[in-house]
Design a binder for this molecule. Structure first.
Ligand code: GDP
Ligand code: IMO
Ligand code: MG
Length: 425
């Protein structure tokens, strides 16, 4: 298989970073197609833990080329900090990272609008990462956004930034009584940031298509997850981009015919950060137990993640809208101590049974999950290196999931380290 997409099949944080790190050695290019520095992808190498936000996790493999595609929204300050942090750890970024000239830029007013909008929403807030992702996408779609290519042109950048700040200041004053931004300050700050990032910028669609012509292999790294996708997720409690596989083509300029396989990543249970419906969410005691055992705290914001049972009905939806043909199950070890384990196989609402996720907010918020229960294995799996050696009930749990999803599990993760990975023959 030449070009593979790794996509989150739940609400993000499925362990995509680890999976990319495991797969990257067999690819030439690793490309991000959407999201921004709202993402937090963790890779553990030996005793060192790396958290990547904007730069593809493949950067940790020497000699691999990494691409940030046009579908990603870029905060130049965050990008600069991430580059510097990696370089300070002796990871060479210059010459290996290429950033799309068509990507849109996040400005301080995007972050402030993100925050103020959330504050105003009060109890009905989304629980965003406050990185300015939504407002930046809003500007992109309303055709007032500033792309990196505009940023590189003195005249265009000056004019566009001026127009944007004038408009934002008026809106912010009326809606939030916010005092407004100084054009000069932002302009100067961004000109300084430009110096640091300009050498990374190119036409990445051309770069990647030329690579394909030369029979190079590309691994596409998804951020967030299917249920946070702006079209297929739990709208409005979603992010502002297409995290699903469809986002690869629009977010990198690689046509759908060039994609050979979509690999879905799921945790052996479910988590979500931020607000929004979550039918299989645990009650307090279980929540605490799994959160601690799974170290379920956001890699970007540090917020505690909400945890719940594996929701097969949700993952079925993800398999459908992404065209997932194979699954990776991570964090199996987190369930090691449980005597009984539940799998959600549908939702009941007003005596009607729904077999799959429904985008009807009323139903999805108020439904009761329908569970099948299995025995746990109550045994440590963190040292297991083959499927055969997994405890019998762990194998049964995985086989049951595979059967419900009608999709093959090809990789299992039993810890954050590279060696804690089981390839299913
Ligand atoms: P991503 O956003 O999908 O890349 O996932 P995150 O990095 O935000 O969250 C996944 C977390 O789980 C990270 O802290 C990983 O180090 C950790 N992790 C990944 N796989 C496993 C696993 O199999 N077992 C355990 N216990 N932790 C894992
Ligand atoms: P990775 O790539 C989990 C969530 C936020 C919030 C919603 C909207 O690490 O899986 P945004 O700032 O994007 O406007 O927030 O999306 N969210 C994530 N949750 N993992 C992520 O990324 C996320 N990125 C955004 O918590 O609910
Ligand atoms: Mg994450």
């Amino acid at each position: 298989m030449a070009n593979i997409v790794v996509v989150g099949a739940q609400w993000g944080d499925e362990g995509k970073g680890k999976v990319i790190d495991i797969l990257a050695k067999d690819f030439d290019y690793i490309a991000r197609y959407q999201g921004g520095n709202n993402a937090g992808h963790t890779v553990v190498i030996g005793s060192e833990k790396f958290i990547l936000h904007l730069i593809p996790s493949g950067i940790l493999h020497e000699r691999k080329i990494c691409v940030i595609g046009n579908g990603v929204v870029i905060d130049p300050k965050a990008l600069t900090e991430e580059i510097n942090k990696l370089e300070s750890k002796n990871i060479k970024v210059k010459g290996r990272l290429f950033v799309s000239e068509n990507a849109h830029i996040i400005f301080p007013y995007h972050r402030v609008i993100d925050e103020l909008k959330e504050l105003k929403k009060g109890k009905s807030k989304i629980g965003t990462t406050k990185k300015g992702i939504g407002p930046c996408h809003a500007d992109k779609v309303s055709r007032s956004g500033i792309r990196i290519i505009d940023f590189l042109n003195d005249k265009i950048f000056y004019e566009k930034l001026k127009a944007n700040i004038e408009e934002k200041n008026k809106i912010l004053k009326i809606l939030y009584d916010f005092e407004g931004f100084s054009f000069n300050k932002i302009y100067e700050d961004y000109l300084n940031l430009r110096v640091g990032i300009k050498d990374f910028i190119c036409d990445t669609a051309l770069l990647l298509n030329k690579a394909i012509e030369k029979r190079k292999r590309i691994l596409f790294e998804g951020a967030q997850g299917t249920m946070l996708d702006v079209d297929y997720g739990t709208y409005p409690f979603v992010t502002s981009s297409n995290a699903t596989a469809g986002g690869v083509s629009t977010g990198t300029g690689i046509g759908p015919t060039r994609l050979d396989k979509i690999l879905g990543v799921v945790k052996a249970y479910t988590t979500r950060v931020g607000e929004g419906p979550f039918p299989t969410e645990f009650s307090r005691d279980m929540m605490q137990k799994i959160r601690v055992r799974g170290d379920e705290f956001g890699a970007t914001t540090g917020r505690p993640r909400r945890c719940g049972w594996f929701d097969a009905s949700l993952v079925k939806h993800a398999i459908m809208v992404n065209g997932i043909s194979e699954i990776v199950v991570t964090k199996l070890d987190v369930l090691d101590e449980l005597k009984r384990i539940k799998i959600c196989v549908g939702y009941r609402y007003k005596n009607k049974l729904y077999e799959q996720f429904t985008s009807d907010t009323e139903i999805f918020t108020n439904c009761e999950p329908v569970y099948e229960e299995v025995d746990g294995w109550v045994e440590d799996t963190t040292g297991v290196t083959s499927f055969r050696k997994l405890p019998r009930n762990a194998k049964e749990y995985l086989k049951k999931i595979q059967k419900i999803l009608k999709t093959k599990i090809v990789l299992i993760s039993v810890g954050s380290k590279r060696k804690q990975t089981i390839i299913v023959e």
